[in-house]
Design a protein around this ligand. Structure first.
Ligand code: PGA
Length: 253
């Protein structure tokens, strides 16, 4: 059965002391999680080592990276590799976040390489994708999302989907306070699952967790997460405060 997941994307926020204080708070607050739930934080890479160390004091808190390079090693100043993540006990990574696509020119074909590199290292991929406002307004959003999936992921074998989580994040909802309605989220998540079913069959598609991201807050999380094809959320701004993040964790059922 697919799991419910709440993952916090800290982006480029929090200095060392703030990152450790937040992690300590989360470890203190997060009780035992039911078998079907997961909770993760994705700090900036410079904090990964110390956040992993503090998070090891909790049974449930997982730690993921925000990005990795597609090459195993080499002359790529400023980058980090999957092997480096692994060596710090980091077993998941966000790939394809809209900020990486928009500001660092990551496209589906590059992301395909990154996906392969991560999975080859045994690192779970949380693949982020979603349409921009103009695409929703001109009603190409379903096609855009289908292409983002097909071009970066549909070369995978069905068995490799065990290592993939999807995070649908409409770009117009990220950091804007303008969240998708629960109906809009469900409509797109059902579309995503049907595209998966067409290529990989029902069993595979039903096993993939599809998270929603974009202005998820304590007061809207429950309604969004209760949609049948929404399996939790990727949380930006509201993951930086223990109280807000824990309220969103509590909205998973
Ligand atoms: P937000 O960010 O919750 O601040 O909208 C979500 C994300 O970018 O993953």
């Amino acid at each position: 059965m697919r799991k419910k997941i709440v993952a916090g994307n800290w982006k480029m926020n929090l200095d060392k002391n703030q990152a450790l204080a937040l992690t300590n708070d989360l470890v203190d607050t997060l009780g035992d999680l039911p078998e079907h739930q997961r909770v993760m934080v994705c700090p900036p890479s410079i904090h990964l080592s110390s956040v992993v160390e503090v998070a090891s004091g909790s049974k449930g808190l997982e730690v993921g990276g925000q990005n990795m390079h597609q090459a195993g090693s080499g002359a790529y100043t400023g980058e980090i590799s999957g092997a480096m993540l692994k060596s710090y006990g980091v077993n998941s990574v966000l790939l394809g976040h809209s900020e990486r696509r928009a500001y660092f020119h990551e496209d589906n074909s590059l992301l395909r390489e990154k996906v392969d590199a991560a999975l080859a290292m045994g690192i779970e991929v949380i693949y982020c994708f979603g349409e921009i406002l103009e695409e929703r307004e001109n009603e190409t959003h379903f096609d855009v999302v289908s292409s983002q999936l097909k071009e970066a992921l549909f070369h995978l074998e069905a068995s490799q989907w065990n290592g993939v989580v999807l995070a649908y994040e409409p770009v117009w909802a990220i950091g804007t306070g303008r969240t998708a309605s629960p109906e809009q989220a469900q409509e797109m998540h059902a579309h995503i699952r049907s595209v998966l079913t067409d290529t990989y069959g029902t069993e595979c598609a039903d096993g993939v967790s599809i998270l929603y991201g974009g202005s998820v807050k304590p007061d809207n999380a429950k309604e969004i997460f209760s949609q049948p094809d929404v399996d939790g959320g990727l949380i930006g701004g509201a993951s930086l405060k223990t109280e807000d993040f824990m309220a969103i964790v509590a909205a998973m059922s």
